[in-house]
Design a protein around this ligand. Structure first.
Ligand code: ZN
Length: 150
């Protein structure tokens, strides 16, 4: 197992056990609901935005270890960031999980996001890992409909 995958597993286990920013944030300015019917993951994302800055963000719901830890990591990464910075991270995340296995992610550029490279080994779990990021996008762009990965 590569170093990155070991790191990935440790991070996933830690965030699954001790999710950060967990619980409804009320009142909030932005909200979205995301489903991954394939696995049964379901999370709500709450955000408080001050102009273009994500001042506070949280999630609540239930799902597998990968979807839950991904939501926890996502909220810690985007808190305090601008909408544009969060959108860049959403794109970087998508590029990362769809990158061929033999390609190494740029860890300097991706920072903590690089731990998700390990999810490529489990293609069925990519939707679990992506759910929180899709839901974040819907929340900050104020899309009125619930998000489904299907
Ligand atoms: Zn899942």
């Amino acid at each position: 197992m590569s170093e990155l995958n070991e790191l990935y597993q440790q991070v996933i286990l830690d965030h699954n056990k001790n999710p950060r920013n967990y619980g409804a944030l009320k009142p909030c300015t932005h909200f979205s609901e995301g489903f991954n019917p394939l696995c049964g993951d379901h999370f709500d994302i709450y955000a408080v935005m001050d102009g273009d800055t994500i001042k506070d963000i949280s999630f609540e719901g239930s799902g597998c270890a990968i979807s839950k830890s991904s939501a926890s990591i996502m909220t810690s990464l985007v808190k305090g960031k601008t909408k544009a910075e969060a959108e860049t991270m959403i794109e970087q995340f998508q590029d990362l999980v769809t990158m061929p296995m033999d390609q190494q992610p740029d860890e300097d550029k991706l920072g903590k996001l690089a731990v998700f490279a390990g999810v490529r080994e489990f293609p069925a779990r990519i939707k679990c890992a992506s759910l929180a990021w899709h839901t974040l996008k819907a929340a900050i762009e104020q899309q009125p409909k619930a998000i489904s990965t299907e």
